[in-house]
Each structure stands twice: as structure tokens, then as C-alpha cells.
Design a protein around this ligand. Structure first.
Ligand code: GUN
Ligand code: ZN
Length: 476
């Protein structure tokens, strides 16, 4: 029997989290196939078969084979700021609110210039490819010209993106170039949705390019603007448009972000500013910005009822420990958040985070949670880290049906890893000591792979079975 034309086989040690497990069950869902094969075929690069190389069905024999040391699902970055691409090593001079004033508002103002924005969009896309971030929730620029450049570059590369212009209708002087009046803000969001949402397929279940409504945070808009965005979202959510923002990041007493939100809005919890009780306009109490296509970055200092409400509505948390270390934001309580049943995916939060590679963020995730205060410290299981870096991100984007693992029928978004391309990784995997127990040794191998991975070892980045194209012929 000869294989179907267009079929390709990737042979490597496969790791993924199979099925659609609840967070507490991911350790049982880990699949490791030491000499595995992933068969990709079809118009959207679907996974036609996965399993041990030795069991490859005869119908696929003869298809071209690409070999690598490891193959894992593509990384999902659930929170990354495109207009902070060049700001990862900027001295902030303080925690969140000072850092925004001193570094971030000025840097984001540069994106008004189309030439600058074009260059930044190419750079941002290249950084994503280098880091194997096949899908991302991208916090956007205030400037439509910069958003257009981002979508164009992403489409050309083949990566997946959800993004939306960062909305600000109020703010300090440093942010003045980023601020518009409310009507302009609403018009620009509506235009962005109409132009770019699901532009490639017209269907939010399959599109690689999609749009979100993205107020920077509650302090960058007014109650009235949030109400207007809620109204817009009533319609937009039917089209699969997303909602994304920040939540409960900085709790410096008295003058931190959370204290300022509670005082400005007169609410008991930060989440109320995005939720029905506060937003209820014409539709009594029913209006909300939360839901399965909504995610909120940080949620470090949430109250139990905020976590319960996020779980109830299917709203995900983009957990950004690298950024939280940089801004002194504290540590999201891992176990309490899991116990509440909220989906937690990893985000780089470039540029408060200074690391583009999601597995490095997973490394910080491991470190901060093992050091959590009191007896809350948890040594996260390698499967939990892989889940947070891949399938949880697909879930946060409500695209778990399409990607996030290597299940048959999904679109093939994956990374090929060659350990010899990064000598320390090769050394740790080849010379490091592992348990005599096979199951234990497998977990240790995955842990070392995730912790030791660096960009040079990523040998191939695939979305829908196609190798992603590196944009930017310009020498920038
Ligand atoms: N809160 C509001 N804006 C931002 C931002 O740009 N980065 C982070 N980390 N938090 C924010
Ligand atoms: Zn952020």
C-alpha cells in the first residue's frame, strides 16, 4: 500500500498531555513515546496517526520522514505585549505603576510611527518563532497601524494570533499619546474586529488570526468605557471575539494597582469591574466580559470569590511568574487557584517578563511555587508544567479542539527539538543521572527537557503541519 500524497511523518521521542483532562488529572494524561511517530496529512495539517514507530500502519509507509530527538506540542503564550518587544531589559525604577509611567508608556508611544511599527512587528514575529510560540494572546498596540503590521506579519509567518489594540481612555500624562476618547476607542475596536477577526477562514473555530477586546486594565478606562465595551462585547462574543486584560497584579498597600481600582470604582473586588454586577447596563445583571474566550493576566492577589467566579464563567488566568518576579508583584497561590478550578496557562508578559521561551517561564513557575510561603510550597509535576505551557494555553484561547496536544484529528502544531544544538541540554539529558525506575526516569527526562531547553535547540516550528516561515528580509 502506498501512502496518501502529502502525508509526512515526524519520528522522535514524543511528549504531550493527551485528551482534555481537568487540571487535577493532567499527571495521568501525560503520554511519552520514546520512539514515536506523528503522521500529518490533509489540508489543515491534521494529525492522522500517532504512536510508536514500530506500530506505524502500513498505509503510511513510504511517506517522507523527518527525524528529531524530541517532538512536543507548540508552546502557547497566553499573555505577551507586542508594543513592549524592545522593553524587556528596561530599568523600571519601581513596581507596576511606576514602571508603566517610566518605561512602558514612552516605549509604546513609539509604535505610532509606521516604520517603527513594521520593524517591531517583524522582530516580534521572529522572536515568537525562535521561542516556538505557535499560538499567543498578544496584548496589542494602541495604534491601528501597528496592529495592522502585527496581523500582516503573523499571517505571512503562519503562526496563530489573538490580539487587540490596547484601549486607554484615561491615564497619566506619560500615556497621553495612547489615550483616545471613548467613542474613538469603541470605533477602533469595532474596525479592528471587522477587518481582522477570523480574516483567514471566516470561522472563529478554525481561524489562525483572531481579535480580542483589550482594555489595558481597569485604571486605563472609565466605568462608562467598560460599560460601552460590555455592550460591544454582547454582540462580538457571538462572533467568537475574545476579551483580555489584567487583574489583581500589584497590591502595594494604599497606592498600588488593586487599592486604586477598588477606590476608583467603589467595588469590593477587582473582578467586579469586568463582570455583570458592575457592568449591568440595559440587560439587568447579565452583562459580563468574562467567559470561555476571556482571560486575565496575573490574578496574583485574588479573593476566593473572584477565583470561583472565573471558574464558573470559564475565564482563564494567564500566569506570568517571570514578570511577577521583575515587578515584585508576589506569587499567584498555585494550590488555591487550582482548587478553585480555574484554568491556568503560562504567559511571558514581555516586557515585564524578560523571557520569550515559555518553558523558561515554566521554570520560574516551578521555582516560585516550590518557594511559596508557609506549607503551600508545591513541587510541580513535569506534566503540570507541560500542560500549563501547551494545552492549558489552547484552553485559555478556547481552541482546545484545534491544537494544544498531539491527539489524532487535531491540527499539527508542534516543535522539533535537537538536543545537540544546545550543548548544555545535550549534556543534561545524556550525562545527567536518572532513576532506575522507567516511569520515574521518563518524568525526570521531561523535566530536564523543559528546564534545560533553550532557543537554539528548537529545530523546527510547525503550525497546521507546515513549517513556520521566518519573516523579515530586513537586517533589523
Ligand atoms: N497592567 C496594566 N498595563 C500593564 C502592562 O503593560 N504590563 C503589566 N505587567 N501589567 C499591566
Ligand atoms: Zn501584561
Amino acid at each position: 500500500m502506498t501512502h496518501i500524497p502529502g502525508t509526512r511523518i515526524f519520528r522522535a521521542h514524543l511528549f504531550h498531555i493527551a485528551g482534555s483532562p481537568a487540571q487535577q488529572d493532567v499527571t495521568q494524561a501525560l503520554v511519552s513515546i520514546p520512539d514515536g511517530a506523528l503522521v500529518v496529512s490533509g489540508d489543515h495539517g491534521e494529525i492522522a496517526w500517532v504512536g510508536p514507530w514500530a506500530d506505524l500502519p502500513a498505509e503510511h509507509a513510504g511517506a517522507p520522514v523527518t527525524r528529531a530527538d524530541y517532538l512536543i506540542p507548540g508552546f502557547v503564550d497566553s499573555h505577551v505585549h507586542y508594543p513592549q518587544s524592545y522593553a524587556t531589559a528596561a530599568h523600571g525604577g519601581g513596581q507596576l505603576l511606576e514602571w508603566l509611567d517610566h518605561c512602558i508608556f514612552p516605549t509604546e508611544t513609539q509604535y505610532a510611527d509606521p516604520e517603527f511599527a513594521g520593524r517591531a512587528a517583524r522582530y516580534f514575529t521572529r522572536r515568537r518563532i525562535a521561542a516556538g510560540t505557535t499560538a499567543a494572546m498578544v496584548f496589542g498596540s494602541a495604534f491601528p497601524v501597528a496592529q495592522d503590521a502585527l496581523y500582516r506579519e503573523t499571517l505571512a509567518s503562519g503562526l496563530r494570533v489573538v490580539s487587540g489594540r490596547g484601549i486607554q481612555t484615561v491615564g497619566p500624562d506619560a500615556a497621553s499619546a495612547l489615550i483616545t476618547d471613548e467613542k474613538t476607542a469603541i470605533d477602533l475596536v469595532a474596525k479592528e474586529i471587522n477587518h481582522w477577526h477570523a480574516v483567514d477562514t471566516g470561522d472563529p473555530r478554525t481561524a489562525r488570526v483572531q481579535v480580542a477586546i483589550v482594555p489595558r486594565f481597569s485604571l486605563s478606562v472609565t466605568a462608562q468605557t467598560l460599560g460601552a465595551l460590555g455592550e460591544l462585547y454582547d454582540e462580538a462574543r457571538m462572533r467568537g471575539v475574545y476579551f483580555h486584560s489584567h487583574l489583581n497584579e500589584n497590591n502595594r498597600k494604599g497606592d498600588g494597582e488593586i487599592a486604586a481600582v477598588l477606590a476608583t470604582y467603589g467595588v469590593e473586588t477587582y473582578l467586579d469591574t469586568y463582570d455583570g454586577r458592575f457592568l449591568s447596563g440595559s440587560r439587568e445583571g447579565g452583562r459580563t466580559l468574562l467567559g470561555r474566550r476571556s482571560s486575565l493576566a496575573h490574578a496574583v492577589h485574588s479573593q476566593p470569590r473572584e477565583l470561583a467566579r472565573m471558574a464558573e464563567t470559564g475565564t482563564s488566568i494567564a500566569h506570568c511568574p517571570t514578570s511577577q518576579l521583575f515587578l515584585g508583584s508576589g506569587t499567584m497561590p498555585w494550590q488555591a487557584t487550582m482548587d478553585a478550578g480555574v484554568n491556568v496557562a503560562l504567559g511571558t508578559d514581555i516586557g515585564a517578563g524578560d523571557e520569550w521561551l515559555i518553558s523558561r517561564v515554566a521554570g520560574d513557575c516551578y521555582k516560585v511555587h516550590i518557594s511559596e510561603e508557609g506549607d503551600a510550597g508545591t513541587a510541580l509535576h513535569p506534566a503540570e508544567l507541560l500542560f500549563a505551557a501547551t494545552l492549558a494555553g489552547a484552553r485559555a484561547l478556547d481552541m482546545e479542539h484545534a491544537f494544544g496536544n498531539l491527539d489524532v484529528g487535531k491540527e499539527a502544531d508542534f516543535l522539533l527539538i535537537e538536543k545537540s544544538r544546545w550543548e548544555p541540554l545535550d549534556g543534561m539529558l545524556t550525562m545527567g543521572i536518572r532513576s532506575d525506575d522507567e516511569a520515574e526516569a521518563t518524568l525526570e527526562e521531561l523535566f530536564t527537557l523543559l528546564m534545560g531547553l533553550r532557543q537554539p535547540a528548537i529545530a523546527g516550528v510547525y503550525v497546521q503541519g507546515q513549517e513556520v516561515v521566518t519573516p523579515g528580509l530586513d537586517p533589523d
